[in-house]
Design a protein around this ligand. Structure first.
Ligand code: SF4
Length: 376
């Protein structure tokens, strides 16, 4: 059988040789059904079973004829990444360590708030970008995740919270943040495919206004992200001079601050109601002075923005310390007075190493030892 016309860029093969249908959009399922000699409208029924009702067993798809269900079950599956561990923090944060079909592992984190919750999703196994303050950056890049593996994180979390069929009210997963392991804009095709499926109102139905893609600053991809996905954009800025950002976020050597901010200024749909979030990790004595706060405000002048200040979350062997509370508050006050919201992020899930910048798969930790040193 030849491949369907609009199948995912990298279909996920299960260990048993069946193809995982997670990641297939409606066009791909329709093409598949045409090949199977089935009416095209059945593809929509299957689509809704997969993405609206969260079914993983073809036998449960009661409006499909039994012979078709049997045929699908023999050749396909509707999978989820396997969870090797699920850790819950005292603050309600949940972290999944997921084992992929090839044995690689990634992490995914749910951060609950009173009336909503964000799922922090990974885009790659490891990361090439080696941001100096980030634990994930000490793990070498193994590979990009497929669309199925990206979307599978959302679907697995929904399984756990019983959010099928896609509820309209009272969801525990209201937001998706592409801020887990990896640089999403270096895995564009799969991220775009997964997020389009996540946004589709007939399926998982999480609005683009509730999805944020965070990048370390892949400037040439920023416009495309806005035009094709229209999601919220977050930039891991972390420094106000190229000299320091070259060290903290080495990607800056390729796309320096001026080029990055020019790309931000051109982000489609930017307005006060739709601001860019600049993430700024607070590192004691490194990037947290009042002068740096003033320079930050000068740099982002004219960009509808908010500045998230992230007290550094330490990890074993980390080369930095968290800024003092007073220093963070002084920095925030300067930014706020310039007219930018500047919330200080409360660290979440620290006890299970699920906070920002702490993600790193347990298998990698075991290989390197729990007190692994950061990269030189
Ligand atoms: S902060 Fe993001 S881009 Fe930088 S090393 Fe960590 S995972 Fe990679």
């Amino acid at each position: 059988m030849s491949a369907p016309a609009a199948m995912p860029a990298a279909p996920n093969l299960a260990g048993d040789g069946r193809t995982d249908l997670v990641g297939y959009d409606l066009a791909a399922l329709t093409a598949l059904f045409v090949e199977l000699g089935e009416p095209a409208f059945r593809a929509r029924q299957l689509y809704r079973w997969i993405y609206n009702r969260g079914a993983t067993d073809f036998a449960a798809m009661s409006d499909l004829a039994k012979p078709l269900r049997d045929l699908l079950a023999a050749r396909f599956r509707v999978g989820r990444p396997g969870a090797t561990s699920v850790l819950e923090s005292f603050d309600g944060t949940t972290k999944w360590l997921l084992r992929l079909t090839d044995g690689n592992e990634v992490e995914c984190v749910h951060i609950p708030e009173t009336d909503r919750g964000a799922l922090c999703v990974s885009s790659q196994v490891g990361c090439t970008l080696s941001c100096k303050f980030c634990h994930t950056g000490t793990q070498r890049l193994v590979r990009n995740l497929t669309a199925a593996e990206i979307l599978g994180q959302v679907m697995l979390a929904r399984d756990r919270f019983g959010e099928w069929p896609s509820p309209v009210e009272g969801r525990r997963i209201t937001n998706i943040v592409m801020m887990g392991m990896g640089e999403p804009l270096y895995n564009w095709d799969n991220i775009a495919a997964a997020l389009r499926l996540a946004m589709d109102g007939e399926g998982i139905a999480i609005s683009r206004r509730r999805i944020t893609l965070s990048t370390a600053g892949v400037a040439p991809m920023i416009r495309r992200c806005g035009e094709e996905l229209g999601v919220n954009l977050a930039i891991s800025l972390h420094a106000v001079t190229d000299e320091l950002r070259d060290v903290l976020v080495p990607l800056n050597r390729k796309y320096p601050i001026a080029e990055l901010l020019a790309a931000c200024r051109g982000y489609p749909g930017l307005r006060n109601a739709r601001r860019i979030t600049f993430e700024y990790v607070m590192l004691k004595g490194v990037n947290d002075s009042a002068d740096e706060a003033r320079e930050l405000v000068r740099l982002i002048a004219g960009i509808p923005a908010k500045v998230n200040l992230i007290p550094f979350n330490p990890w074993p062997g980390a080369p930095y310390e968290r800024s003092d509370d007073d220093t963070i508050e002084r920095f925030a006050e300067i930014v706020r007075r310039a007219g930018y919201p500047s919330p200080v992020r409360t660290p979440r899930g620290e006890d299970i190493m699920a906070a920002c910048g702490q993600l790193k798969s347990a298998s990698e930790k075991m290989r390197r030892g729990a007190t692994a040193a950061p990269p030189a």
